[in-house]
Design a protein around this ligand. Structure first.
Ligand code: NAD
Length: 328
């Protein structure tokens, strides 16, 4: 299959492109290498895709370009059977400072892809959405029927994008699915995330810093479980036109996460608490019944296992990855 992965120089898109190439598909990555975090990680993501293609039967091509460029997007979609749209301006807190950019990239960029996918009649459009579409919980865990009232420009832009995808499915019969990810982590993750920070600090004999009282809860979802969910959409049409939660079944408090990481690396360290950021969600927790039923989704990494695997990877890649975490 010919698969276009937007945002394929990023964390999730990088793992997706790598997996597609390893499985023998012809992968084209479109990514503008946005400097939201250090470009060295994106270089490693691209190299991982190239290596996977070289080691297997697939191919890998990197195109430096922008999803806001409708002409380029149209050209690339013309050669694709599937589009996996992961490109986005990510980050809840920065979106409060520059909401318009989030609209331009996350909404207009998605519309460029949807128009091209509709016109080319591709097999399926799969897009990354986010737990941020839900906003303040009226009940937990969030199921897909929970009201969507995002509390950040980022969440609003992801909601608008996924609503367009579902509307194109309804109106133009475009097979389109939005996967609402819940805090994804794993090798080559964005350096400014809680898990990479906790691991880095503990490795340097520094206590992990928790913002707030640490009772905030998250579904930390291991990258391989997210990739598996995406893989099923190469064949499965049961979720077309829908948005589905993709989370872990292992909801934990941030202070429990910090404790787990501290205990795996340096049990003598304390935990340190600092003031909480307002834009951060208090609790996120996914009900994944819909994904289980329609995609056979079955996340099989507990937080303990996922963290242990991330720590192993961190130790092997510490020389280049740690400086990026320290400066983020
Ligand atoms: P990431 O920042 O690592 O990857 C996004 C990629 O998109 C980057 O490589 C960036 O250069 C690229 N990009 C940004 N603007 C672009 C543009 N205008 N044109 C082309 N490329 C552009 O983020 P990620 O963590 O891999 O997230 C991937 C997707 O998953 C995003 O859509 C994000 O909103 C969503 N998501 C991620 C998480 C998570 O926990 N990581 C949670 C919920 C949703």
């Amino acid at each position: 299959m010919h698969i276009l992965v937007t945002g394929g120089a990023g964390f999730i898109g990088g793992h997706l492109a790598q997996r597609f190439a390893a499985d023998g598909h012809d992968v084209v990555v479109l990514d503008n290498r946005d400097p939201f975090y250090d470009l060295d990680i994106k270089r490693h993501n691209i190299e991982a895709g190239q290596t996977a293609a070289a080691d297997g039967d697939g191919s890998y091509e990197f195109i430096a370009g922008d999803v806001r460029d409708a002409e380029l997007v149209t050209d690339l979609v013309a050669d694709a059977d599937y589009v996996y749209h992961q490109a986005a301006q990510a980050g809840v807190r920065p979106s409060v400072k520059d909401p318009r950019k989030y609209d331009e990239v996350n909404v207009d960029g998605t519309l460029n892809l949807l128009d091209a996918c509709r016109d080319e009649g591709i097999e399926r459009f799969v897009m990354a959405s986010s737990s941020s579409v839900y906003g303040k919980p009226q009940y937990l865990p969030y199921d897909e029927e929970h009201p969507t009232t995002p509390v950040s420009p980022y969440g609003a832009s992801k909601l608008a994008a996924e609503r367009y995808a579902c509307a194109y499915s309804e109106v133009y019969d475009l097979p389109a699915v939005a996967l609402r990810y819940f805090t994804v982590y794993g090798p080559r993750m964005r350096p400014n995330m809680a898990i990479s920070n906790f691991v880095s600090r503990c490795h340097n004999g520094e206590p992990p810093v928790i913002y707030g009282d640490g009772t905030q809860t998250r579904d930390f979802t291991y990258i391989e479980d997210v990739i598996e969910a995406n893989m099923t959409l190469l064949d499965e049409d049961a979720a077309d036109g829908m948005a589905l939660n993709i989370g872990s079944t292992d909801n934990i408090e941030i202070k429990t996460l910090a404790t787990e990481i501290r205990d795996q690396i340096d049990p003598d360290l304390d935990l340190v608490y600092e003031e909480r950021h307002d834009a951060d969600a208090e609790h996120t927790h996914a009900a994944t019944d819909r994904a289980e039923e329609l995609l056979g989704y079955d996340p099989d990494h507990t937080i303990r296992e996922g963290v242990a695997r991330f720590i192993d990877w961190y130790r092997e890649n510490r020389d280049w990855y740690e400086p990026l975490v320290r400066q983020s």
